[in-house]
Write a new protein. Structure first.
Length: 192
């Protein structure tokens, strides 16, 4: 990683610490209790966060060698990450258009589950704000694969190191992460 990229990552880490990390007792979506909570949306939806995530996310995709034309994931956490990377790709082509995967298909209009610039037959990168168990990424993978796209990789802003990486990789997809728990000064917690 170049010195400039290292500086940008340090800025993202500090922004996550300032805006997104809460210490205390929290119940996660899985129902498990945790001594910290990472509300990444407070970072991913901030102006500075969008800039940093777009730049760093796009660089990670390029470093991984993933050739894709689309970036997206399961709403709501993935949306700002996908949009930030898509916007950043205008400055560092090739361009990546964004899409979002609904939790379930609409019951009106065209009844779509995938919205935006999605195209059957395309190559996509699935994105996440925080990977915990990997279930959200796997749901998005299932939806886009079922709609005829090829998933070339998964990119997350933060990995809670609670089995998500293993689940995603066991499904045959590489995972790149922008920020680790160690970067944030947080201890790993048992997924038990």
């Amino acid at each position: 990683m170049s010195p400039a990229a290292t500086d940008r990552k340090a800025q993202l880490v500090q922004l996550l610490r300032d805006k997104s990390v809460g210490i205390g007792q929290f119940t996660l979506a899985s129902g498990r209790r945790s001594s910290y909570y990472i509300d990444a949306r407070r970072t991913t939806m901030s102006a500075q966060g969008l800039e940093l995530i777009g730049e760093l996310g796009l660089a990670a995709i390029h470093r991984a060698g993933w050739e894709a034309g689309l970036v997206g994931g399961l709403t709501l956490g993935a949306d700002p990450v996908a949009y930030a990377i898509s916007r950043a790709s205008r400055e560092a082509p090739p361009e990546l258009d964004a899409f979002t995967v609904r939790k379930e298909a609409k019951r009106h209009g065209k009844g779509r589950r995938i919205e935006g610039c999605f195209a059957e037959g395309g190559s996509v990168v699935i994105v996440e704000d925080v990977v915990t168990t990997g279930r959200s990424a796997l749901k998005a993978i299932e939806a886009v694969s079922g709609a005829g796209a090829e998933v070339v990789g998964v990119l997350a802003v933060v990995d809670r190191a609670e089995g998500g990486r293993q689940a995603i990789e066991a499904a045959g997809h590489p995972l790149e992460v922008l920020v680790s728990l160690a970067d944030l000064g947080l201890p790993p917690e048992s997924a038990g």
